[in-house]
Write a protein that binds this ligand. Sequence first.
Ligand code: SAH
Length: 353
Amino acid sequence: MTLEDHIKRRIATQGPMRLDEYMTTCLLHPTLGYYTTRRPFGQDGDFTTAPEISQMFGELIGLALAQCWLDQGAPAPFTLAELGPGRGTLMADALRACARVRGFVQAAQVVLVEASPALRGTQNQTLAPHPAHWVERCEDLPDQPLFVIANEFFDALPIRQFLRAGDQWCERQVGLKDDRLIFGLAPALPKPMLNDRLADTVDGDLIETSAGAAPVVSELARRISAHGGAALIIDYGDWRTTGDSFQAVKAHQHADPLADPGLADLTAHVDFEILAQAAAPCLHSRPTPQGVFLERLGITARAQSLAKTLSAEALQNHIAAHRRLTHPQEMGNLFKVMGLYPPGQTAPPGVEP
Ligand code: SAH
């Protein structure tokens, strides 16, 4: 059975599906889901992420976390974690760069939070011979100082969408018509959890809530505030978003999110306000544009030093990669970085406190 058949049967027997269930089924179905079955990354895959564009990304993020670790008195042992590590490239680059920070790699227990068994295998190969272990959920992270990175993780977490109708809300759902998957709307209902959005929206506006994000941030924040540590959360999105950002990407092109369940990546923009609200008792920085963040961490100096070892096509690719990560018209502005840190400590380097 295809995933599309499975979803159609589920809707035919139990009625329309909320978007969070549709997203979770498409991305993480145990045998037919996108992340469980596909190799999404790189030229031959569906999309490219910052650590796959240049080694500089993981190096600078690793060093930023190492600086936080030094600022907090170099606690040992500590958890060095990544949420949704993809191919493991970012963590490998971070560990290589941080080998020069005395004691850091020795004190680090690397833990990868990854739902896909296939990607765990890839991550294991990328990180070898460095020891790592895997957990499926943030609840299972050890209770000790936690320095953690999440790049393009939160955009993969399930969302719900609501269309404002007067002072009530219609939830957007996936239904069936003539054996095709279609979007539809549930009847309007009052939604007390959305009361604070009545002030900044009007009739007909569509808003998104992230069903999965807040519990993840709370788990991280609890450990960071109790034991020390920091989080760097990097993703496309902004502060308090309005509008439909649910999207599918397949073979580097935008696609219809209902067209190929399980065969395309599904994401939504991240509303950093939702993450910030879940961060207490940790402090959080403002969402800082990725380009500004990387420049403050010294990406230009690193790019110039790497350029000395390159020529011809490799040099051109390197220059293009630097531009792609930082330029406001490429990833520099769309992607934001938010830092979480314990009360009484300084914010991670590069972010606006
Ligand atoms: N951070 C990587 C990959 C981003 S893609 C990079 O920058 O290249 C999203 C990653 O999150 C994948 O590894 C995917 O398998 C994982 N993932 C998605 N939903 C998840 C969930 N609910 N729990 C754990 N991992 C998840």
